[in-house]
Write a protein that binds this ligand. Structure first.
Ligand code: V47
Length: 372
């Protein structure tokens, strides 16, 4: 059996041979090797290696969940140059802030789909009191006690701390006590200061983003992490980003999933940049899986890369397709042409057609129902 495996193991080109050897032996890649991985465009070699890691960690399983998005407000003081979602002030076209009652009504409308999670990410609104967020959390929990609220990026936590005169810990504790259970990975973008200065100069920086997740992990919260790619970053800066996540994960173990986010260029100040191609998307998945060896799950976010690339990504390191994602707005406003939602039957088909086993999960990767 072992001999047969040896025969079918493809030979890596000389430049990646040492990396291939380490991946097969389950040995961590050093920082210079991480840079080499992110500089390589050898998609098939990296993909095959990432698949080894993916199957070692998760066998044939691909996870999905039943979720929906709720953005309480898109009014936002920040001026991220990749963003098509934010509106600077109330009253501008497409600016929207939900009242507590509207948020509850929206949640009620989703319940027939039996969601297990609401993904709640918001603009940095200058005019709302902190109580508003606590009221929404409490009201949503009261309406749907078993619905897990995964919400508030580290960028929002940083903003509230400054605005309402609280420490990060105080903000997180208050949100958690009101019903917040997990945090999404948004706002990380690219950690390198050179890039942040160009694309998102006026929000939490890398150290602040990492510190907030460190505190959340210390409080027992599981969180996700992301990387926005395809704007002005270099391959070495992608490697640096993933290595900084890996270092924090060594310390806390609190990240459960990494989600590479492909830049969409419509309606944003960066609209002249080309978007990442399907090749780039698969390459980033494979590279991330190889370097980020301590975060268990890698999400192929179909809203970003389309259903077809997300499906293929299951052979390039990905083991999670996110979910039904009802009512996503951030990428739709940036030109994503993905459907408004997928049914669980659609997701299962994308998974089984790729020869994988669909497994419904909840926010913290407990299996929901039978894995069939
Ligand atoms: O931080 C915004 C990105 C993020 C654009 O944790 C854009 O499970 C591409 O983090 N093109 C927010 N990207 C979304 C997010 C997320 C999404 C899905 C799942 C999870 C999770 C987290 O979206 C922002 C930014 O990096 N973003 N605008 C754009 N035009």
């Amino acid at each position: 059996m072992e001999a047969a495996r040896e025969i079918i193991k493809p030979t890596a080109p000389a430049s990646l041979a040492k990396i291939a050897e380490k991946v097969h032996a389950g040995v961590r890649l050093e920082e210079d090797e991480a840079v080499q991985v992110f500089q390589s465009r050898d998609l098939l070699t990296l993909g095959q290696l990432a698949n080894v890691v993916r199957e070692r960690l998760h066998g044939n399983r691909t996870y999905y969940n039943r979720n929906f998005h709720l953005n309480l407000t898109n009014v936002c003081e920040a001026s991220c140059r990749f963003c098509a979602f934010a509106r600077l002030e109330e009253g501008m076209p497409q600016a929207k802030t939900y009242s507590v009652e509207e948020a509850v009504e929206f949640v009620k409308q989703q319940l027939p789909n039996q969601p297990t999670e609401v993904h709640m990410v918001n603009g940095l609104h200058p005019g709302l009191p902190f109580e508003y967020y606590l009221d929404v959390l409490r009201a949503v929990k009261q309406t749907a006690p078993s619905l897990v609220i995964k919400g508030f990026t580290a960028v929002e936590i940083h903003y509230y701390a400054g605005k309402y005169g609280m420490t990060y810990e105080q903000v997180l504790t208050a949100l958690r006590d009101a019903g917040l259970e997990s945090m999404p990975g948004g706002g990380a973008e690219i950690f390198a200061a050179r890039v942040r200065k160009k694309i998102c100069k006026d929000k939490a920086d890398a150290d602040q983003w990492l510190e907030i997740h460190r505190i959340a992990h210390r409080m027992g919260m599981k969180t996700n992490c992301t990387m926005l790619y395809g704007t002005v970053e270099r391959p070495e800066e992608r490697a640096d980003h993933v290595l900084r996540l890996r270092a924090l994960q060594d310390e806390t173990g609190g990240f459960q999933c990494f989600i590479p986010l492909a830049f969409h260029n419509d309606n944003s100040p960066l609209r002249k940049l080309n978007e990442p191609t399907g090749f780039d998307n698969l390459l980033i998945y494979a590279q991330s899986r190889l370097v980020l060896d301590n975060v268990p799950h890698l999400k192929g976010y179909w809203v970003m890369v389309g259903e077809k690339v997300a499906q293929i990504s299951q052979s390039f390191g990905v083991n999670d397709l996110d979910g039904t994602v009802v009512s996503e707005k951030i990428y739709k406003m940036a030109g994503s042409t993905s459907p408004n939602a997928l049914s669980t039957a659609d997701l299962r088909r994308l998974i089984t057609d790729a020869g994988r086993l669909p497994v419904e999960r909840d926010t913290t990767y407990n299996v929901v129902g039978m894995p069939l």
